[in-house]
Ligand binder design. Structure first.
Ligand SMILES: C=CC1=C(C)c2cc3[nH]c(cc4nc(cc5[nH]c(cc1n2)c(C)c5CCC(=O)O)C(CCC(=O)O)=C4C)c(C)c3C=C
Ligand code: FE2
Ligand code: FE2
Length: 365
């Protein structure tokens, strides 16, 4: 439970610049261990989110608890075991490293107006609510929320916004809020992606084709107004222009389908098989929808789809790593943060009671 004694910010010397601005990076979340026991509560929380699966609640509850959570955890745990590192899940390790690098970069760029930088997970720990309360105890009065999803989808970014809205409900004096909805066509981000692909080619040589594989969503969500597909295509178009490739050289597909509904097409697994069947020998694959490498890139693309490609006659599917904590990503996200926090260092939020919220949580009775 938050308490005024938890306050861990500067000692309060009135000459110190007040730490008022904060950035909350949010990624999806990941299990605590690569075991069925640890994967189960993670999947239960993820797949109970109505932004992700929008079927009628009671019906979905029966299917989720009656079927899916009996079968999927051990299958997923097996996949996680293939990519687990001594430090833990790649998604967590990579997100933490990116957060640390971004904190250093923002400190370097704005030594006079410090920005607190924290990381939350949409599912699991540390939760969005916990991290917002912690930032507030440290004196943050203005908060920029930056979901680590370049393309907006209601299923990913939209769900982070739900968690932020819920967290604010528990605060008596919530911070001023800004949100990065997406950065799918941000010039510095596109440049970072292009450079990472070019540098990878400089070391490994160019494959026959470049495939950009994005996480899929049900097609129905797009018909209902989710801009995700357009934003994925816009990212791909920008990269195609920047890398001077045409539509036969740079292709787009969608991966990770779950369930029976039709998802965004073409599917990645069908695409890599078709390309192998058409005589493509070396296929380069990048996943620009993932800021940090995770199960979906390291296992599904670099392992599973690599095997599909070879089984269909290809020789090598080469996965080009995500931007992770590379300087290119750190610099492009730092620019994004500075652009979205413009004006925040011009005046402080003052109150007769001082800026340190000494509040107990606010709950409706
Ligand atoms: C990049 C953005 C993402 C969107 C959009 C997205 C939509 C979406 N995902 C599922 C179901 C699953 N996704 C899983 C893993 C997973 N998904 C994303 C990102 C997006 N998902 C990431 C980064 C990860 C990796 C997590 C990690 O720990 O590394 C999984 C769990 C893994 C498994 O059991 O296979 C599921 C399930 C749906 C249904 C959906 C949209 C409707
Ligand atoms: Fe997903
Ligand atoms: Fe997957």
């Amino acid at each position: 439970m938050p308490h005024s004694l938890d306050y861990t910010g500067p000692a309060g010397d009135s000459d110190d610049p007040p730490v008022q601005a904060g950035v909350l990076l949010v990624n999806l979340g990941t299990p605590e261990a690569p075991t069925a026991k640890a994967v189960r509560p993670y999947l239960a929380e993820f797949l109970s989110d109505s932004r992700v699966i929008d079927y009628p609640r009671w019906l979905w509850w029966l299917v989720l608890h009656g079927v899916i959570l009996r079968v999927r955890p051990s299958r997923s745990a097996h996949a996680y075991q293939r990519i687990w590192t001594p430090q833990g899940s790649p998604l967590r390790v990579g997100s933490e490293a990116l957060t640390a690098r971004l904190r250093e970069e923002l400190q370097r760029l704005r030594p006079a107006g410090p920005i607190r930088v924290a990381l939350a997970m949409r599912y699991g720990e540390p939760s969005v609510q916990h991290q917002i309360e912690q930032l507030q105890r440290e004196g943050v009065r203005r908060l920029l929320v930056l979901p680590l999803y370049p393309q907006y989808s209601a299923t990913s970014t939209g769900s982070v916004l739900d968690a932020v809205a819920d967290a604010l409900k528990s605060l008596r004096w919530p911070p001023e809020l800004r949100i990065v909805n997406d950065y799918h066509d941000d010039a510095a981000h596109i440049e970072a992606l292009a450079l990472s692909i070019e540098r990878w080619w400089a070391v490994h040589g160019r494959g026959d084709k470049l495939l950009l594989s994005f996480h899929g969503i049900p097609e129905r969500y797009v018909r209902l107004g989710d801009p995700y597909q357009d934003q994925c295509q816009a990212t791909a178009r920008a990269l195609r222009e920047r890398l001077r490739l045409d539509e036969t050289q740079l292709l787009v597909s969608f991966q990770s389908r779950v369930g029976r509904e039709r998802w965004l097409q073409p599917y990645t697994d069908a695409t890599v098989r078709e390309l192998a069947g058409a005589g493509i020998k070396t296929l380069d694959v990048a996943c620009p929808g993932f800021a940090v490498d995770c199960l979906e890139t390291l296992e599904e693309i670099a392992m599973q789809n690599h095997e599909f490609f070879r089984a269909a006659g290809g020789s090598e599917l080469r996965y080009i790593p995500a931007l992770n904590d590379t300087p290119a990503q750190v610099e492009s996200l730092a620019k994004l943060v500075l652009r979205h926090t413009q004006g925040w260092d011009e005046f402080a939020i003052e109150s007769p009671a001082g800026n340190r919220p000494r509040q107990e949580p606010f709950t409706l009775r």
